[in-house]
Design a binder for this molecule. Structure first.
Ligand code: GTP
Ligand code: MN
Ligand code: MN
Ligand code: MN
Ligand code: MN
Ligand code: MN
Length: 214
């Protein structure tokens, strides 16, 4: 098709149209503000009710504004790299400065156009890092007992249910909540990207989310 031929010839134009940019392109924007968020996750053998495999623990948080999002925040490039800034935000929000490397980078994109015309573009950088289950459990404890932002910027960490119960609840219900920015899309994208769920299972959960909760 014409669209496909266009996509093959001008991949960068499609990336720009979708708001996506590489880490290097993003860093080249001098006047931009930057925010970094991360999906921390692990495998698990545990089961819900002793029979439904939980498979993976994926950490998100309930933010001060009532929306679900990933831990992380604004980074000051004059003082810290993207990844250092993200680790600092993790210390503030979950009580552990989880080290983040460039290889954990997933994608960068332009944030929503700011309402005040004076403030500069916001670029959102997204990362994912796989941890051991014990590290995730440590983080969940620290998020309450050590994180300076607990009860202020962050109202609590939450795990993403990946299963679908017989009544059609689970992932579909989770996806029906309200998310900050494109956090919902980042979650769905990473579920597929890292093989945390099958495309068929995800498709079912997404259509259930629309049918039962909209
Ligand atoms: P302050 O310390 O109060 O400045 O907050 P922060 O540094 O922790 O910033 P925050 O985490 O709120 O992120 C800054 C901006 O990034 C938000 O206003 C949102 O627009 C956006 N944002 C926050 N969380 C996410 C997320 O999970 N995904 C995406 N795509 N954007 C997010
Ligand atoms: Mn119970
Ligand atoms: Mn923060
Ligand atoms: Mn934050
Ligand atoms: Mn901050
Ligand atoms: Mn803060």
């Amino acid at each position: 098709s014409i669209t496909q031929r266009f996509a093959n010839s001008f991949p960068h134009i499609l990336k720009m149209a979708s708001g996506q940019l590489s880490r290097a392109e993003a860093l080249a924007c001098k006047g931009c503000r930057h925010a970094c968020h991360v999906m921390l996750y692990s495998d698990t053998r545990s089961q819900l009710f002793g029979r439904i495999p939980i498979r993976h623990i994926i950490l998100m948080q309930m933010r001060f504004d009532g929306l679900l999002g990933f831990p992380g925040g604004l980074v000051t490039l004059s003082k810290e790299t993207l990844e250092e800034g993200l680790s600092r935000e993790l210390l503030e929000e979950i009580g552990v400065a989880v080290p983040i490397a460039e290889e954990n980078h997933v994608e960068s994109c332009y944030g929503p156009a700011s309402s005040s015309s004076s403030s500069s573009h916001l670029i959102l950088h997204f990362y994912a890092k796989k941890l051991e289950e014990e590290q995730i459990l440590d983080i969940e404890h620290s998020a309450v007992s050590k994180a300076a932002d607990h009860g202020h910027e962050v109202l609590g960490m939450v795990r993403v249910p990946l299963y679908q119960t017989q009544g059609g609840r689970g992932l579909s219900s989770f996806l029906s909540h309200s998310f900050i920015g494109n956090a919902r899309l980042q979650l769905v994208d990473c579920l597929l990207r890292f093989g945390l769920i099958s495309a068929k299972h995800l498709h079912k959960a997404l259509s259930q989310a629309v049918e039962t909760h909209k």
